[in-house]
Design a protein. Structure first.
Lengths: 114, 411, 117
């Protein structure tokens, strides 16, 4: 039985190690989603200048792409979440963006406690 | 004592306290650990007060800046090692500050970041050429008082003041995992480095010579380094506390320097955003000028060249060439498009490693009656000086392992 | 301290900055030249200033690098040109008279005169 399970255990162990290595990028993406949400929230209240909103959104996207490229497991659940986040329009609702951030936070917490 | 001079000196110290490293690490520290790292800012501010006062006193009494006397105390070999390490760490810091200037101009205007970094460097260089020392210091220091918007923002968001004040008590938050403990340690070391940057001692002591301080200026020196640095530190603590209140609940651990400006935009709207961005711009620009000049001071003083902005640029030509070269080198680093946050991390880590070599000669000089006469260190200065020397030595030894183990605070 | 007083070479003299009679910095005491011999009275005959004076004070590889970058010139300052020695060595003459500002004067040619307040 163990002989049959061993490849699976090794694969899972490898995957887990890869996911652990991706933790910093998951944390970055989680924060970036929340920063994006904050920008959009404040923009909707007229608290920000157009240049600031535009440049911050561009910075967030650029960093998200950098984090995405650095992932060792882009097809993982967190990889898919980051990809979905990048598909959001610039003016996505803060709630939608925060939902991505919350999901990434849950994945981050479960990996950290693993 | 001239009250106007004292007031201007204090205000300059306040406006010039925060640079991009403090901005970044204060915001991140607050978002990750809440108010639990306030005490590190407070304690290390006492450290910079101690060493700042000493370096100003040495300049006023011995009429020699720190680096001149450092070579005499450490000798040529160790002096060269210190010079090299301090030049490299300060150059990286200058690059981080110029990158920060470029970023803030980018947020303000929408123009490309690298272009804004180059424009910023050019404007800073022009200001260093045209303005004499006192005007350089006062211009950036006083305009940097726009950073007071963060203090106002903290009051406006009605934080839990009991928790903010509780943050001043040295602590390690309970229930942290091993990984979180390492991260907490890394942030404590990073804040230590950011507050006690070596360039501050070099710039401050050289500035004392530039302004021809004498023993009559010692009370001014004491007030500037205590009151000025204390108030400046409160600005950094305000940034941390706002981040704890606004960013932590929504899982923001600011990855982009521009997010700090949201701390003022949330309570004050567009006016707050603009004040914060302009304050950040001036504070970071001032730090870029200080670090660039600190490197030129260090090299000039080590090799005995004529130096100082109290002289016209052509009267101290090698000093002038040195600061221009450092500004250009720093800009070239920025133009490689290296991430500004990475530059900040490298600046922090490199600088803390140099700190013991910076502050040991200063301690030895300030205790030496042959140089200082009746103005030698008293018991308090000696006690605090050795205490903080021990702290920075421990922090210097821990910095690189903690950086690696926590992936620069990100793991 | 006067130049004729007993002196601790390392603690009191080596690596001190040098200022000329107008208060201008013009180098560091990179090495010293002694007169006399072992067992008899030794005197500091001259101060040696310049990268060439590093030769005995740095590892060979390090001095090789210094020579490549800065050359190996040495300027010799007779002790009779020294006024006093405190936290700085004060000369009785100007830097130009002591031939200590040659490089500084060459560098001045690169710096435009104008625009500074």
């Amino acid at each position: 039985m163990l002989r049959h399970c061993l490849p699976l255990i090794l694969i899972l162990a490898g995957c887990s190690k890869g996911a652990q290595a991706d933790l910093p990028y998951i944390g970055e993406a989680r924060s970036l989603a929340a920063e994006w949400a904050s920008v959009n929230e404040q923009a909707s209240r007229g608290h920000l200048t157009a240049q600031y909103v535009h440049t911050m959104r561009a910075s967030v996207r650029e960093q998200l792409r950098t984090s995405q490229k650095a992932l060792s497991q882009p097809k993982s659940d967190y990889g898919e979440e980051i990809a979905a986040l990048l598909k959001e329009p610039d003016s996505a609702s803060p709630q939608q963006l925060l939902a991505h951030s919350t999901k990434l936070k849950q994945i981050e917490d479960s990996l950290e406690s693993a | 004592m001239n009250p106007l001079e004292i007031t201007l000196g204090i205000m300059t110290a306040v406006g010039g306290f925060v640079d991009i490293s403090e901005l970044v690490f204060a915001a991140q520290a607050g978002s990750i650990f809440g108010y639990a790292l306030i005490w590190v800012f407070a304690v290390m501010t006492i450290g910079i007060m101690t060493f700042g006062e000493m370096s100003g006193r040495v300049a006023a009494v011995a009429h020699q800046p720190v680096f001149n006397l450092m070579r005499h105390r450490l000798g040529l070999k160790l002096g060269l090692v210190t010079l090299f390490a301090s030049v490299v760490s300060t150059l990286i810091t200058t690059a981080a500050e110029i990158g920060g200037v470029g970023l803030v101009l980018h947020y303000l205007t929408g123009a490309p970041y690298l272009l804004m970094a180059a424009v910023g460097a050019l404007v800073l260089g022009a200001s260093m050429w045209i303005l004499p020392f006192k005007w350089i210091e006062r211009t950036y220091g006083l305009l940097g008082l726009l950073m007071l918007v963060f203090a106002a923002a903290l009051v406006a968001i009605h934080p839990p003041w009991d928790q903010v004040l509780g943050g001043f008590v040295p602590q390690i938050p309970p229930g942290l995992s091993e990984k979180e403990l390492l991260k907490y340690g890394y942030f404590a070391v990073a804040i230590t480095s950011a507050v006690l940057f070596p360039y501050e001692a070099y710039f401050y002591s050289s500035g004392g010579i530039e302004e021809e301080w004498g023993p009559k200026d010692l009370p001014n020196n004491r007030l500037t380094t205590t009151v000025g640095f204390a108030l400046g530190s409160l600005l950094a603590i305000a940034i941390l506390a706002i981040s704890a209140q606004l960013f932590r609940p929504i899982n923001v651990g600011p990855q982009i320097p521009g997010s700090s400006a949201l701390e003022a935009a949330i309570p004050f709207g567009r006016a707050g955003l603009l004040a914060a961005l302009l304050g950040m711009l001036i504070a970071i620009a001032g730090a870029a000028v200080e670090t660039c000049m600190a490197n030129a001071y260090s090299v000039s003083q080590f090799f005995g060249w004529e130096w100082g902005r109290h002289r016209k640029p052509w009267e101290a030509p090698r000093f002038t060439i040195a600061w221009i070269a450092f500004m250009v080198l720093a800009l070239l680093i920025v133009l490689t498009d290296v991430d500004v946050m990475s530059l900040v991390e490298y600046a922090i880590v490199f600088s803390i490693v140099v700190l013991p070599l910076t502050y040991l000669p200063l301690m030895l000089l300030a205790r030496d009656r042959n140089y200082m006469g009746q103005y030698v260190n008293g018991r308090l200065a000696n006690g605090l000086g050795w205490l903080f020397f021990a702290i920075v030595t421990i922090a210097a030894l821990a910095a690189i392992p903690l950086y690696l183990l926590t992936s620069g605070g990100q793991a | 301290m006067r130049p004729t007083d007993p002196i601790k070479l390392v603690a009191d003299l080596l690596d001190l900055p040098i200022q000329d009679k107008e208060g201008r910095y013009c180098g560091i005491v990179d090495d010293v030249e002694l007169s006399g011999s072992a067992g008899k009275e030794m005197r500091v005959a001259a101060l040696l200033v310049g990268p060439g004076a590093y030769e005995g004070r740095l590892p060979v590889w390090c001095y090789w690098f210094v020579r490549k970058v800065a050359g190996d010139r040495i300027v010799r300052i007779n002790m009779d040109k020294v006024n006093q020695i405190r936290s700085v060595v004060q000369l009785k003459c100007t830097a130009n008279e002591a031939k200590l500002h040659a490089v500084e004067n060459r560098a001045r040619g690169w710096i435009p005169k104008g625009g500074a307040l």
